[in-house]
Design a protein around this ligand. Structure first.
Ligand code: SF4
Length: 263
């Protein structure tokens, strides 16, 4: 790589999961086809951003009909792209899989609007923060910080486990929050929401977490400078036809391999 060293949670996470994915996307600029879970997440986020921008201005969440209309339109636009669909669709047409995913997203958005949004009073949203640390440029976008000093992030798809409150992504947001406000966040909150349920896990961050994150960032920078991109560990769920957009032509897997079976 040339130019200044750029660090973001997405880059670090991708590199840790699979160096080859990192090389294909960030080094070669080959982003592959989006998957349905990616589209669902982006459209869900577009809706939450719109909701909280409205709330920042008016003090009210968006009316539910307006929110669902926006999410639906966003999903329709994104799903017209060349999406990577799972090979094993058991005879179900692609259009049916896409419309089912959309229905699930709409119901998840209803759950978000009813159960999560009303208790959040935004202070700032989608805040892009760029900070320089020992010559390294670190970029992040904090989904939302509320008036009580909590940082919020949300994921559409599955509920969150307690461990999910310990991620480096939330540590990085806490780092950015401190950079912007001069204080540590009260806590970090991760919301999981799908068509059936929702939950929130909460963690805290201290200066000690900044030190841990700083060490990880410095190691990431050294590792990428070495240009060695290890493939995903065998058995990783993201190294599969369903989840990796590079599966069909990845030099580290055999896409023609037959599924194992038991005798
Ligand atoms: S198929 Fe596996 S090894 Fe290849 S890029 Fe994807 S995750 Fe990495």
């Amino acid at each position: 790589m040339s130019g200044p060293v750029k660090v973001s949670f997405s880059r670090m996470d991708k590199f840790a999961k699979c160096g080859e994915q990192f090389r294909r996307s960030y080094v070669l600029g080959d982003w592959g086809q989006p998957t349905l879970p990616m589209i669902r997440g982006k459209s869900g986020h577009a809706g939450t951003e719109s909701n909280f921008r409205h709330k920042l201005e008016t003090g009210e969440d968006l009316p539910i009909d307006k929110l669902l209309e926006e999410v639906s339109a966003d999903f329709d636009i994104r799903s017209r792209q060349n999406i990577l669909l799972p090979d094993d669709m058991a005879g179900v047409p692609a259009s049916k899989i896409i419309s089912t995913t959309k229905d699930q997203l709409i119901q998840a958005t209803r759950n978000f609007h009813t159960h999560i949004a009303p208790v959040i009073v935004p202070d700032f949203i989608e805040e892009k923060i760029v900070l320089t640390f020992q010559g390294i440029e670190i970029t992040m976008v904090i989904d939302l910080a509320d008036k009580t000093g909590s940082i919020h992030d949300w994921k559409f798809g599955r509920l969150r486990k307690l461990d999910d409150a310990n991620t480096d992504q939330l540590s990085m947001y806490a780092y950015g929050y401190h950079h912007k406000t001069g204080t540590m966040p009260r806590d970090v909150r991760l919301h999981g929401v799908n068509q059936d349920a929702w939950n929130t896990v909460v963690g805290t961050r201290t200066k000690a977490d900044h030190s841990v994150l700083s060490r990880k960032i410095k190691t990431f920078v050294k590792a990428t400078a070495a240009g060695i991109y290890l493939p995903a560990v065998q058995g990783s769920w993201w190294c599969s036809k369903k989840w990796c957009q590079y599966w069909s032509d990845c030099k580290y897997v055999n896409p023609q391999a037959t599924e194992p079976y038991e005798v």
